[in-house]
Design a protein around this ligand. Structure first.
Ligand code: ADP
Length: 188
C-alpha cells in the first residue's frame, strides 16, 4: 500500500506514522527527516537546504522529488511506502503521480489529519521546549502554518478529486486518532 499523510506541523503525523508503519509493515518516508539529514552534512547543498528549513519555507519541489525517488528505488519500498510530509505542493503531488505511473504504480490513499490552529501552536511550542528543534520557534512556526495553509492544504482537493482522500479528526486522543486511521485504511 502507498499512502500520503497530510497534516499541518504539530498535528501528530510523526506519532501516528510510527504506529501505521508498524501495522502495515511498510517503510516510513519522512521528507522532513531526509532534509534534516542533508542539512547535517557540511556541503554547499546542505547550506542551501538549511536556508529553507530554518526559515520555515519549503525546499524546492524537484530537489525533494529527487531525494524521494532515490529512496523509492530501494528494495524495501517495493511493497509500498508511507509518505510523511510529502507531497507538500500540487507540483510535488503531480511529480509523484508521474513518477509512480511510469513504474506502473499508484497511490492508494491520502490521509488528512485535522487540528485547529491554536492547538497546533501550543503543541509546537511545547515540542520546542522538549526537543529544541531549530525550526520550532514562534516566528518559524507561524511561517510553517502559513505555508501549510497556502501551499499544502489545496492538496486535499487534488486527492479528493481522485477519490483517494480520507479525513481524520486529530483533536482526539492518540489512541482514537489511530483507530480512525485504521478504519480509513481498511476502506482502501
Ligand atoms: P513539520 O511538518 O512538523 O513542520 P517536517 O519535519 O515535515 O516538519 O519538515 C520540516 C521542514 O523541512 C519544512 O518546514 C520544510 O522546510 C522542509 N520540508 C519537509 N518536507 C518537505 C517537502 N515535501 N517539500 C519541501 N520542503 C519540505
Amino acid at each position: 500500500m502507498r499512502l500520503v499523510f497530510i497534516g499541518p506541523p504539530g498535528a501528530g503525523k510523526g506519532t501516528q506514522c510510527k504506529r501505521l508503519v508498524e501495522l502495515l509493515k511498510i517503510p516510513h518516508l519522512s521528507t522532513g527527516e531526509m532534509l534534516r539529514a542533508v542539512k547535517r552534512q557540511d556541503t554547499a547543498l546542505s547550506r542551501w537546504v538549511a536556508s529553507y528549513i530554518d526559515a520555515g519555507k519549503l525546499a524546492p519541489d524537484h530537489l525533494v522529488m529527487r531525494i524521494v525517488a532515490q529512496k523509492l528505488q530501494s528494495e524495501e519500498c517495493v511493497n509500498g511506502a508511507l509518505f510523511d510530509g510529502f507531497p507538500r505542493t500540487i507540483i510535488q503531488a503531480q511529480l509523484l503521480d508521474d513518477y509512480l505511473s511510469e513504474q506502473g504504480l499508484k497511490l492508494d490513499l491520502a490521509l488528512e489529519l485535522r487540528v485547529v490552529e491554536e492547538e497546533l501552536i501550543q503543541r509546537l511550542l511545547k515540542r520546542a521546549q522538549i526537543d529544541g528543534r531549530a525550526d520550532d520557534n514562534y516566528e518559524t512556526i507561524r511561517e510553517r502554518l502559513n505555508v501549510f495553509k497556502t501551499q499544502t492544504a489545496p492538496l486535499t482537493e487534488y486527492y479528493a478529486a481522485q477519490g483517494k482522500l480520507e479525513r481524520v479528526d486529530g483533536m482526539q486522543s492518540e489512541e482514537l486518532v489511530f483507530e480512525a486511521i485504521k478504519a480509513s485504511v481498511s476502506r482502501h
